[in-house]
Design a protein around this ligand. Structure first.
Ligand code: SAM
Length: 286
């Protein structure tokens, strides 16, 4: 058994539990986080990778459990992260490779994983400022698309992602993986279409909705006069009429070739980087 004590931190000694059995109840609980019902009930989720766990701690996310495999034992960064977990009141587990594989459902799992508390931002707290760009996703269904969009929104300098209606869970393992850590970097909001439209009225934001039948070329829109919310439609059915008609602009990304539409995450990336390009030129940064 190891003891971890963070240098200069609270004088609290944490003990590492060694677990090799798949039947261990703590491991069973972590495995259940693969199911949305259990993530919702526990308000937690699993994120894999040492860098990701360190970034999350740096950003102030609450860790409940740190898990590392034998390969991590004695590694200074892993030990430091274990000490931080203990200082934050979390549990530290050293597990066999077999347990790590089964927990993360991977043949070649990462050396480290963390169970974190979910964090949602209330829509009422979102008051976009003039140079901000937000993304709103109508009923996004594909976990890979959502993860890619969160990662792209982070990389483009967007301020956050609003999930409108019944969306796939941003805290599922697949989505968290696809975000490559950006799930910790941006506020996530969930709301209904009705509340989104109500919020829009008082927000001062310009809603730029994207639509295959959009009347405006996305490159000709003014993204600088007001804060912008880029509203993207569902993968199968696109934007419903009740959302499209409330938009301040219906933007189209002109396409060549035979494809009838772009993938949702690609379309969001194109829109985000165009909107941010306008804002950066406003700041004199390019
Ligand atoms: N069959 C759907 C439809 O008719 O809208 C296709 C949806 S598309 C895969 C998913 C979303 O990506 C769209 O609702 C829109 O927000 C965006 N999108 C994809 N290609 C686009 C384009 N060329 N112009 C504007 N938005 C686009």
């Amino acid at each position: 058994m190891n003891d971890f004590r963070e240098k200069g931190g609270p004088r609290r000694v944490g003990q590492v539990k060694e677990i090799t059995s798949l039947a261990n109840p703590v491991i069973k609980d972590i495995k259940l986080l693969a199911q949305k019902r259990h993530r919702d009930e526990s308000g937690s989720f699993l994120a894999e990778g040492l860098k990701l766990v360190i970034d999350a701690l740096d950003l102030g996310w609450t860790i409940r459990t740190l898990v590392y495999s034998k390969a991590g034992k004695g590694k200074p960064l892993v030990e430091k992260t274990a000490a931080r977990t203990v200082a934050a009141g979390g549990l530290v587990l050293e597990v066999s490779d077999k347990v790590m594989s089964s927990m993360t459902r991977r043949d070649n799992p990462q050396m480290v994983a963390g169970v974190f508390e979910q964090r949602w931002s209330p829509l009422g707290n979102v008051r976009p400022q003039k140079t901000e760009t937000w993304v709103a996703l109508d009923r996004v269904r594909d976990p890979g698309n959502l993860g890619t969009i969160i990662r792209t929104a982070d990389a483009s300098g967007a301020s956050g992602v609003i999930l409108v209606g019944e969306c796939t869970d941003p805290f599922s393992m697949e989505t968290v993986r696809a975000t490559m850590g950006s799930v910790f970097a941006l506020p996530l909001v969930r709301t209904s279409a009705e509340d989104f439209l109500r919020w829009k009225k008082g927000s001062g934001a310009k809603i730029v909705a994207t639509h295959l039948a959009g009347a405006v070329d996305y490159r000709t829109i003014d993204y600088r006069e007001k804060p912008v919310v880029l509203l993207m439609g569902n993968e199968q059915s696109g934007l419903p009429e009740e959302l499209a008609r409330e938009a301040d602009a219906l933007a189209r990304i002109p396409q060549a070739g035979r494809a009838d539409s772009l993938n949702l995450a690609v379309a969001t990336g194109v829109m985000l980087f165009e909107a941010r390009r306008h804002i950066l030129s406003l700041d004199g940064k390019n």
